[in-house]
Design a protein around this ligand. Sequence first.
Ligand code: GLY
Ligand code: MN
Ligand code: MN
Length: 440
Amino acid sequence: MKLSQADFKQRRDLLAQHIGSNSIAIIATRAEMYRNRDADYKYRADSSFYYLTGFAEPEAVAVIETFEEGEEYSYSLFCRERNREMEIWNGYRAGIDGAIEIYDADEAYAIDLLDEEIIDKLLNKHRLYYRIAQNAEFDARVSQWMQKADAHRGGTAPAEVVQLDRIVDEMRLKKSAQEIELMQIASDISAEAHTRAMQTVKAEMMEYALEAELNYIFGQNGCMPAYNSIVGGGENACILHYVENNKPLKDGDLVLIDAACEYEFYASDITRTFPVNGKFSPEQKALYNVVLAAQLAAIDATHIGNHYKYPHEVAVKILTQGLVDLGLLHGNVDELVENEAFRQFYMHGTGHWLGMDVHDVGAYKNGEDWRAYEAGMVVTVEPGLYVAPDDETVDAKWRGIGIRIEDDIVVTENGPLVLTKNVVKTIEEIENLMASRQSA
Ligand code: GLY
Ligand code: MN
Ligand code: MN
């Protein structure tokens, strides 16, 4: 499944309505990124630029211009011209004709003409919308255009400059049925990758070798990881952003994998924690079931009308109760929640928006208040417990255990929809899956 040009056009139609009459919106894609001598990072277009254009080539700028009330808006795409020699070295370019014929632009120009052509477009517009303060170089360029437009005898520069991201981020926050479909595909592929990891893990395997099993499934589906994969055995699971993935996995340890792919520019985000040898120890089991109970309750709390932080509040209450029951915390649960005593073992939030970016765009607050969930929002639910290996406040048997369980949830009229349900997560399901592997 892919989005069609009609889908991208619909988004531009909506943006044109948002910016009002006689205004202009300018949005650039990301620059290519140098890695080291003669080698670039694999190019990935900017999410908001792609969201509005479907255009994945580097060196491109989209311009939406509105005119008097009732007049059609105009969409211009500035992009690389076709160039036989460059295309032999670096691949196909749509070029000016392709921008119009394939990507539906009303006007298309060589990117080298941007500084010249944009001045006319800016003249006498009420408002300029662009992504203020995202890129210092681009900010400087816009300032120069504004100066030039102001000095021009044919008119004046826009009187107002407005942050474009406020509009586009809000559009991106609530996903369409097609976007959910793409996220479902990303989630299904990622779930298959986690399942393969559970089926292939062995003691003494290197963490990176297990990461390779995930990458195999991503690659077989034409996908890239949506973010740097975390594969942390034993106490490495307690390092929240552990991405070295270069230690051997030990018999008797858990391994925490936070990894997922993106499909057609839409991300998944999954964490599973499972025993390297296929069997949870009693301590691992006890802590895992606390995290799982917190996660299931937090998913249930991800409902239209509940505020963004509510699932977190539900999760920390259950985690705290569990920590008291197991003797890792002492005292009254409500007071421990109030004092955030759980932060010794749970130091991150319970979820974030998910979409084209793994930490997706969109405001979390309306003024002072957490915003309420609305249909079409997608959020992760990812509680965890991490007992530092040197935490002398707890019995030695708990130390170095790190657990997180993360799923991706669509807020719908019918309650939470779990996109990532295709990878097992109860102890029984995990042990059964891993037992069938060992006997195979
Ligand atoms: N994988 C990034 C996160 O869970 O936030
Ligand atoms: Mn996440
Ligand atoms: Mn994650």
